[in-house]
Design a binder for this molecule. Structure first.
Ligand SMILES: [Zn+2]
Length: 287
């Protein structure tokens, strides 16, 4: 018995020495990678054809990654002028971009629709599998609608990250938002920092991405570039070129949601995922 205890003690001391001396790293005890300033998650919603035609080459040119949230909603199945084909979506995956799940019918998550969420998600997962795309680990809330009961469902469906809008902290109309604060924001309620609108100028873009500092990460939400089918979230191609060029020349990095792993996987999980949202609303009301 004593011999076994001695061996155990020796084993732990040896392990501790190896850790302290830096010979090995330990996934369960090491802290998360420090979050650099100027880290920007780029997300593109709704399977719009211009995302393949215009956004894909520009992202590649600038060396940025991104997440594309795919849905078969709107007129996806019949209108292949305005929406991508699955072959084009698979090409985005082969390029190294992330394919995220945005539900089959672009179904807003609410108390009334929760019962259909699994089927809506699994449909897109199945379509991904048919086209050689891995099962998505990122979810984009359609219409930015959120509900507390969706979190355990999304976790059970294998999602590690979910991007919401900037509501309820900010009114939808402005496109303004909140930087993502790892450890404060739940990974299935990652807020949008900037939600691109047709009236946006470079000043709106810089207002969003310059919040990516001091441990905070900016998350941008785009739709088509341009977007004929959803004109209220259209981004003109000339503006988008300007945004990416500014980000690149000012040292910003564009990443996909799944690339957050090293920065957030060891962050504490908030006990109450809604607490930070309430705190921000209270702080905003006090101003
Ligand atoms: Zn959408």
């Amino acid at each position: 018995m004593n011999a076994i205890l001695r061996m155990r003690r020796f084993g732990w001391n040896q392990l501790r020495w190896l850790l302290v001396s830096g010979w090995i790293t330990c996934a369960t005890t090491c802290a998360a990678a420090p979050i650099p300033d100027k880290l920007v998650v780029l997300t593109f919603d709704d399977s719009v054809a211009s995302l393949h035609a215009n956004v894909r080459p520009l992202l590649k040119q600038h060396g940025f990654s991104a997440t594309f949230f795919i849905t078969e909603g709107f007129t996806f199945t019949t209108n292949k002028v305005d929406y991508m084909t699955w072959e084009q979506i698979a090409e985005l995956h082969r390029d190294g971009f992330e394919i995220g799940n945005h539900t089959r019918s672009h179904m807003g998550v609410s108390a009334d629709t929760l019962g259909r969420l699994r089927g809506e998600v699994e449909f897109i997962n199945q379509r991904c599998a048919e086209h050689g795309i891995p099962r998505p680990v990122s979810f984009g809330y359609p219409g930015n609608a959120i509900h507390p009961a969706a979190l355990p469902l999304l976790r059970d469906l294998g999602f590690r990250y979910a991007r919401r809008g900037a509501q309820p902290e900010y009114a939808y109309e402005t496109g303004r938002g909140i930087p993502f604060e790892p450890g404060q924001d739940h990974l299935l309620l990652i807020p949008t920092t900037g939600d691109a609108r047709p009236t946006w100028t470079l000043a709106n873009l810089t207002n969003a991405v310059t919040q990516a500092r001091e441990g905070r990460i900016a998350v941008l939400q785009f739709h088509g570039v341009p977007d004929r089918e959803h004109p209220w979230v259209n981004t003109p191609l000339e503006r988008f070129r300007e945004y990416l060029a500014w980000m690149k020349s000012n040292g910003y990095r564009g990443i996909a949601l799944r690339d957050l792993g090293p920065y957030v996987e060891h962050a504490p999980v908030p006990a109450d995922p809604w607490a930070i949202i309430e705190r921000r609303k209270t702080a905003a009301a006090a101003k």
